[in-house]
Write a protein that binds this ligand. Structure first.
Ligand code: PHE
Length: 461
């Protein structure tokens, strides 16, 4: 236990390991297996991968250190953290933006996690064993996400699970599970990779994924990679501020954040390496097919592994748990705000946010086939789920991260910012590198990418 600036007691992690587990649980999720591969497929494969890796190292990691440092220094929820450093200022709105973003992401995240639950049932009941090629798994996907009863039932089920865990207090049970389940997820991803890269004709997919062609890269590629880095590392909305607020001063936040980023990036990399080689072994396969990519390709790989049905079922269980540990952090940010700042009880906050988020998820759930209107909205020419993901999963997180850099780099006293991030670290010499990145490189790069998108939007509109 830790005395919170003399006012109240706040629980802290037993060790750095507790933080790494919870933060990795938040980071590793559908973002790695569902979102990363389909964005890489739509944005040129290897070129996207390399830009993504550079962004994680130069922008993602410093921003994660800043969030964790801010949380650890203030020991507050995201809104309270800003308010503690500059009371009575507009900066707390950055925290509020994060809370709203988390709530909005949760609504459609739960829909996609619902597909995962449905696929778990498919795998367990042997549905995949009779499907031999991606044409068939593709048809199954369309049918699954287009069925109103299926999408709503599993969306509701996942939301109930998330709410139940967060009401019970997050950390104890889940953390211990994560310790066993995450390595298992990595092992299964590795198995999938091994099978995928040894399929006949895999070379084409490996080249698509690892041999970059930068000639097609545009501003949109950078925005997609930047948004994906924030989404995947759970940045830009306060999840890492919240988790950092439970991290002890004695622990090395540099090592902890670097480990989380490394595991997260490895999981995404492996997911891509499992999907693309297998995809390209099929005549006429499209890497650009969009949000269904993982759900279409992965079941077709399991089919070609001995005991594939069993592995498939285990894989979707693990993916569902990974999605749950991420959804928990999305809900936790909203709940921490409502309980700390508005004095709600934990139970009331969990239930209300869960219900409203479920309702907001309904149009997203219906936008993948069940409703023709929601599947292709006028003006924006995309489905409701894609629209939510673009606004909140990409632009809002990016904006949140930009404001955070400006706050930590320019508004917060550098001494305090350095105490928050570097205290307890074995690498004090990195302090100035970090400060440079957070003051100059990160805000300039993020700002330039956002501005470029905005200009393009205005010109085309
Ligand atoms: N990082 C999670 C994933 O990759 C999603 C998430 C985004 C969680 C933002 C919290 C905040 O699935």
């Amino acid at each position: 236990m830790h005395l919170d600036s003399g006012e109240r007691r706040r629980e802290i992690w037993g060790s750095r390991f507790g933080f790494v587990l919870a933060a990795a649980g938040s980071a590793i999720g559908l973002g790695n297996v569902w979102r990363f591969p389909y964005l890489a497929g739509q944005n040129g494969g290897a070129a996207f991968l390399f830009i993504y890796l550079a962004i994680v190292l130069l922008i993602g990691l410093p921003v994660m250190m800043a969030e964790v440092g801010l949380g650890r220094f203030t020991r507050r929820n995201p809104v309270g953290a800003f308010a503690k450093i500059v009371p009575q200022s507009g900066w707390r709105m950055v925290g509020v933006l994060g809370v709203i973003t988390g709530f909005a992401i949760l609504s459609y995240y739960s829909v996609v996690a619902g597909w995962t639950l449905r696929y778990l049932v498919n795998a367990a009941t042997g549905t995949f064993t009779s499907l031999t090629d991606p044409g068939q798994t593709g048809a199954l996907f369309e049918q699954t996400v287009g069925d109103i009863q299926t999408v709503l039932t599993f969306h509701a089920l996942f939301m109930v699970l998330t709410v139940a865990v967060v009401i019970g207090g997050v950390r104890q049970g889940i953390e211990r599970w994560t310790l066993i389940l995450m390595p298992a997820l990595f092992l299964l991803l590795l198995l999938l990779v091994l099978r995928s890269v040894t399929l006949e004709g895999a070379a084409k997919g490996i080249a698509f994924y690892l041999n970059p062609d930068f000639s097609e890269v545009t501003g949109a590629t950078f925005l997609a990679a930047l948004g994906q880095a924030f989404f995947s590392l759970s940045l830009g909305m306060g999840a890492m501020i919240t988790y950092g607020s439970y991290l002890s001063e004695r622990e090395d936040a540099v090592i902890a954040t670097a480990s989380v980023s490394l595991f997260d990036t490895l999981a995404a990399f492996l997911a891509g390496l499992a999907i693309f080689p297998a995809l390209f072994t099929v005549e006429g396969a499209e890497p650009t097919q969009g949000a269904g990519l993982a759900f279409v390709v992965l079941p077709a790989i399991f089919h070609r592994i001995p005991f594939g049905g069993l592995f498939g079922a285990v894989f979707f269980v693990l993916l569902a748990v990974a999605a749950l540990t991420s959804a928990i952090s999305l809900l936790e940010v909203c709940v921490a705000y409502l309980t700390d700042e508005k004095g709600w009880t934990r139970k009331m906050a969990c239930c209300l946010v869960g219900v409203v988020s479920f309702v907001l998820g309904v149009p997203a759930a219906l936008s993948t086939g069940a409703s023709t209107f929601l599947s292709r909205l006028p003006l924006v020419h995309m489905g409701f789920l894609d629209l939510m993901d673009t606004i909140f999963g990409n632009v809002a997180l990016t904006l949140g991260a930009l404001l955070l850099c400006l706050f930590v780099g320019w508004r917060w006293l550098p001494e305090d910012a350095l105490t928050g991030t570097m205290e307890g670290s074995a690498y004090p010499q990195l302090a100035h590198v970090w400060l440079f990145l957070i003051r100059y490189l990160c805000p300039l790069a993020i700002g330039a990418i956002l501005l470029q998108t905005l200009i393009k939007l205005l010109l085309s509109g």
